[in-house]
Design a protein around this ligand. Sequence first.
Ligand code: SF4
Length: 482
Amino acid sequence: MGITIEKFLEILEKEVENYQVPVVDLIAVQTKDPFKVLVATILSARTRDEVTAKSSERLFARAGTVEELAELDEETLQKIIYPVGFYKNKARYLAALPEKLISEYNSTVPSSMRGLLALPGVGRKTANLVMAQAFGIPAICVDTHVHRIMNIWGYVTTKTPEQTEMALRKSLPERYWIPVNSILVAFGQGTCKPVGPRCDRCVLSESCPKIGVTQGKSKMNMNSRQQGVQRLVSWNVNGLRAVFKKGFVELVKEMNPDVLGLQEIKAMPEQLPDSLLNMNAYHGYFHSALRKGYSGVATYSKVQAQNVIRGIGDSRFDDEGRVLTLEFETYFFVNCYFPNSKGDLSRLDYKHDFNVLLQQFAEGLAVEKSVIVCGDFNVAHKEIDLANPAQNRKNAGFTPEECAWMDSFMEAGWIDSFRMKNKESGQYSWWSYRSRARERNIGWRIDYHGVDRKSRERIVDADIYQHIHGSDHCPVVLDFLG
Ligand code: SF4
């Protein structure tokens, strides 16, 4: 079913009237100054609008003209524009910009594509945005939102923003060339978000083909829960810094967990931005691997932990940052990143040793109070837990040895809280990045909340947030009577 592009854009034009205006549009309207539009556009790449707005304001207070910008050296520029993404590169471009503008364009900004592309730090996206916003020239600025949403609608089938621009130039009615960017950036930031698009409240929901958007809206209300119930979320983020750039902080606000266990953070605390080290309303705890960019776990909690245990007392595993335990008043939250046995199964024995030790550790804690062992277990337990069990019998994550350990873990009394509440097939928490596996829901359920047997009555509900993107895993959720 094809969509009617005019209809969609007409609906959205009205819809976004009350949304936050994208920062570059705002600067264009407020200043009508091509120089400021150009500079703000350079700053805005890979940067949230709030950050771009503040950095632009600081910079324009010091350099509102080309000549004033020429007075600032690269180091000073870095300090002024920090923390925009890639601030060092951007400072270098801004430092080189005045010479070109002064010598070749008499201190003005060129309005042609060719002239703009010759400036430092300017690519097609920036050039199109400056032409459209600063000079009102019909140009289609295709950023990540325009590219993504046009593909979700099936209006284009392209792999890169450049391909999308070329396809739109052929098919998009010219009256939308300039406004399409503002409309879809506002809509992409407010509703059709890259991580967790809000189809449940979208004005286009009935007619949007949602191509590539994983359905499976959570049955849990993300914003409310029964009184006295703690929402415990576990998510293998496959790189905390990577998911941060995809709207992680905003997403945490939406999920609103009481405790959030993250695996595979691939970072040390000193490599994290302040907004992750001190995330609003949360205490952050980290246990990173010694090896940079590898493994590691982190837990955020609204309540300060009474006690923190890093590791399970064996350097083979503790050096890889695999287990972080927080003790709260009535339970232990054990956040684990179980080893992957690897494609050639060379780490099967290592993984087995970890499993045995972790289980002993958790059972020791369970003598004292309730225990939740959560995380990426790197194993699908039963055939129902993966899309192609027969083909994967000998593969890492579904070998007889790994499944046998899961059997023994459950037989020892640990409860798979999701399966206790949900017997449906097709409920997965991980999809390969290959072959459009997520889109086709060819996945595996390998992320769990295991609860000790004495705490069965405290399991209120369990869910998998399949609609949340940002990693090859999605978050899994347990509502637990605190
Ligand atoms: S229905 Fe969902 S995928 Fe489609 S435009 Fe709306 S938010 Fe985006």
